[in-house]
Design a protein around this ligand. Structure first.
Ligand SMILES: NC(=O)C[C@H](N)C(=O)O
Length: 560
């Protein structure tokens, strides 16, 4: 059914009839079944029917209210899009529509662009991109003296409203959850990331933070799809574990300490358990919370973070693991480009006129830099793979610029990683930052489970491992071939000062179970772990990883 052309708000009779319609399942509901795919404010914003559509219902939160003589211009969001829909509400109906309130509105989805002028002629009031960028409202107010002009001319006028053709002309208002704007901590003006972190239970209501969380959700869905297509099994390894996988002594202990008979910890990496599952299911992956009690108060560290880990069985060649990492990240970037959140983050900063939105965007990495990152992720050519030994050779001639001198055997400091990412990873021809794999680190500086390299470097023994480096952040992922032979694994444990268990004791806290995996059918295998929050921070250009998680936990902070 084609929507009826209606030029006036529905009557009270129509409105009350609508109240008896089947129960709503989504925040937006349009009357015509043919448009049942319109379920959210984002869908509604994109819907520009040629005629006005009555009986449209919108549930959402009031972002702002702008006053005009007889009406209020109310921005409504349901978290599905960075920018709101504009509702035009009669002054009398709008009394309790205050910033922060949850409301249900009913009205006509009205094409303000085609609003007749005093002579009954339809005028085109849409701003071109150039006009919008120039911040000009004059063409709008001139062609359409009253309502549409006011939309952008009002104090604090929302840029997005000026760029959409439609608005909701409200006939019925229900306040579902009231709000006192005097005390509501989210303001319709710029708030710094630091100040928002202090109200993490509410900051997801801000346009940027809600968009970041939607992108997080998109990324999770795309990665799940990627691994499903690659025929990896998604698994749920435990959060409470017996051992500190990385052996770095940074695990949080679980209380009460005697609950499980002996001490247990929050997992620092699910890798060891994934290895067990990989020996039963083949290729496996997980996106799991992981915890580190590192006292690093930096923009890259969280005490609770999500790690994407994958483990491949029957793999001898580490290149296959690195190929998987590249394929996965490329597929993710391609997928995100087709979805709203990433698009809004990219495009809205181009035509932003709302000062709060502009300032929020200004906190992000600049647009050119961000595009370089995306171009690199989308590159079809193989990302550079250089050995640790080659990396040290590249760092030594510029040693003067570092606080820590690059020496073979000393690992890589984050200043070294950033330098390598920017120098080796910069693809001049395409003006792109291509992630860089650094492989084959010295055996002493890496974890006990890594496979000793068949041919050592001239300077010493190495393991078959890699770190994936990107500019600004440094290490984004790390992986390795695992030592699958029992006696070699035991040697590694001794080298790293770990106790090698002698025999299996029930409920013990030792690594016997991990060694058991080498006793019965352990094929060559390898895998990786990628910091999901860091990846999101890299993709969105949000400089601090604390702002891409809903409730950040880091040294000395776990607010709610
Ligand atoms: N799954 C992995 O390879 C990640 C590794 N265990 C780490 O924590 O860095």
């Amino acid at each position: 059914m084609v929507p009826q052309l209606v030029s006036r708000a529905p009557s009270w009779h129509q409105a009350s009839r609508l109240l008896r319609l089947p129960r709503r399942r989504y925040s937006v509901r349009v009357p015509d079944e043919a448009y049942s795919s319109i379920k959210s404010v984002a869908d509604l914003r994109a819907w520009q029917p040629g005629t006005n559509v009555p009986d449209v219902e919108v549930c959402g939160w009031v972002r702002s209210v702008r006053k005009s003589s007889g009406v209020r211009f109310v921005d409504i969001t349901d978290g599905s899009s960075m920018r709101p829909v504009q509702a035009v509400v009669d002054k009398k109906l709008s009394t309790d529509m205050r910033p922060g309130a949850a409301v249900r509105l009913k009205g006509t989805w009205y094409n303000a662009k085609n609003e007749p002028n005093a002579d009954g002629n339809v005028l085109n009031s849409q701003l071109s991109n150039e006009q919008a960028l120039a911040g000009g409202t004059e063409p709008v107010s001139r062609v359409n003296g009253d309502r549409v002009g006011q939309r952008s001319a009002q104090a604090g006028g929302d840029a997005s409203s000026a760029q959409t053709t439609h608005e909701l002309q409200v006939s019925d208002v229900e306040v579902l959850g009231s709000s006192d704007p005097q005390t509501y901590p989210i303001q319709n003006k710029y708030q710094t990331p630091e100040s928002l972190r202090a109200i993490s239970h509410l900051r997801s209501r801000t346009p940027l933070n809600s968009t970041l969380l939607r992108m997080r959700s998109d990324a999770t869905a795309l990665l799940t799809q990627f691994f499903f297509q690659e025929k990896f099994q998604q698994t749920h390894p435990p959060i409470i574990t017996s051992s500190d996988c990385e052996g770095a002594g940074e695990a949080f202990a679980v209380k009460p300490a005697d609950f499980f008979r002996n001490p247990k910890y929050l997992t620092v990496s699910t890798q060891l358990h994934l290895e067990a599952l990989a020996q039963a299911l083949g290729n496996v992956w997980t996106l799991s919370p992981t915890f580190r009690a590192e006292q690093s108060d930096t923009s890259r560290h969280l005490s609770e973070f999500y790690m994407l880990e994958a483990e491949m069985s029957f793999v001898r060649d580490m290149d296959q693991v690195m190929d998987l990492v590249q394929r996965m990240m490329r597929s993710l970037a391609q997928g995100l480009k087709l979805l709203n959140a990433a698009n809004e983050l990219e495009k809205n900063r181009l035509d932003s006129r709302d000062p709060a939105e502009r300032l929020a965007f200004a906190d992000l990495v600049n647009r050119q830099e961000l595009q370089r990152r995306w171009r690199g992720l989308l590159a079809t050519s193989r990302w550079p793979r250089i050995t640790y030994t080659e990396a040290i050779e590249k760092l030594q001639p510029v040693a003067a610029k570092f606080e820590h001198k690059p020496v073979w055997g000393g690992g890589l400091q984050s200043e070294h990683e950033k330098h390598l990412a920017e120098e080796v990873g910069y693809d001049k021809a395409n003006d792109a930052y291509v992630p860089v794999f650094i492989t084959h680190y010295p055996r002493e500086v890496k974890a006990f489970y890594m496979l000793r390299s068949a041919s050592p470097a001239a300077q010493g023994e190495t393991v078959d491992c890699f770190d994936l480096l990107v500019p600004s952040l440094g290490e984004l992922a790390g992986g390795s071939m695992r030592e699958h032979r029992l006696s070699e694994l035991e040697d590694n444990m001794r080298l790293h000062g770990l106790e090698v268990p002698k025999r299996r004791v029930a409920a013990s806290n030792d690594m016997t179970w991990y060694l058991d995996l080498r006793r019965w059918g352990c094929p060559p295998h390898g895998g990786f772990g990628l910091g999901f929050d860091r990846l999101l921070s890299y993709l969105t250009g949000v400089p601090n990883v604390r702002d891409v998680v809903p409730f950040p936990r880091h040294y000395e902070r776990c607010d709610c």
